[in-house]
Write a protein that binds this ligand. Structure first.
Ligand SMILES: [Zn+2]
Length: 199
């Protein structure tokens, strides 16, 4: 089943008050939006619905919601959808479905810290212009795998920056309690970061 169909049949009925076909389709369409990864109510609503459906309680860790209290939301998410072709290639070699990394949705991240190449922008004529249904790692224009696309090498600084952002996201997974609402605010975080970085 395509993600959109799953979203329409299972998730949309749990989200929003507009139960008309148009309203439900609108909710399903948003399953491809980058704001799904973000810190807004949109991400929160999807996490809640998916948690209800899967009985998991850690799905918010797959979004930037845990960072809500420590980083500004302005320019947090990239305006463009981007990917690392070599990560998709690794997915294919390991015989797992290609998936989009949360790290790629951060605006400040320009490179893949695993492969040290620049992220590539998704080629598409927009939400309305590409293929109506799409999967991660599949070209919306021609339907072929994006794993073979060329990615220019990143500079040392771009890779370092991406690695730091990746470490922050790793911290969310390894120490989720530290990011729980109320436990987390910029002052202690910055104090901790300054101590760690500059002793
Ligand atoms: Zn990569």
């Amino acid at each position: 089943m395509r993600p959109w169909t799953l979203a329409l049949r299972c998730v949309a009925p749990l989200i929003g008050s507009d139960t008309s076909t148009r309203g439900q389709r609108h909710v399903a369409d948003s399953c491809y939006e980058r704001s799904m990864n973000g810190v807004t109510e949109h991400a929160e609503r999807w996490v809640k619905a998916l948690s209800q459906l899967t009985l998991r309680n850690d799905l918010h860790l797959r979004t930037l919601l845990p960072l809500r209290d420590i980083v500004p939301s302005w320019k947090l998410l990239s305006q463009k959808e981007r990917y690392c072709p070599l990560c998709y290639s690794d997915d294919e070699s390991n015989k797992r479905p290609k998936y989009n990394r949360l790290l790629w949705s951060l605006d400040c991240v320009m490179a893949c810290p695993v492969h040290n190449v620049l992220l590539v922008e998704v080629g598409s004529s927009g939400m309305g212009g590409g293929r109506p249904f799409f999967l991660p790692g599949v070209s919306r224009l021609v339907g072929s795998s994006l794993a073979g696309q060329m990615a220019p090498p990143a500079t040392y600084e771009q890779s370092c920056m991406a690695r730091m952002a990746a470490h922050l996201l790793d911290d969310v997974h390894h120490h989720p309690d530290a990011f729980v609402e109320g436990n987390c605010s910029p002052a202690p975080f910055l104090k901790f970061a300054t101590k760690e970085l500059y002793a």
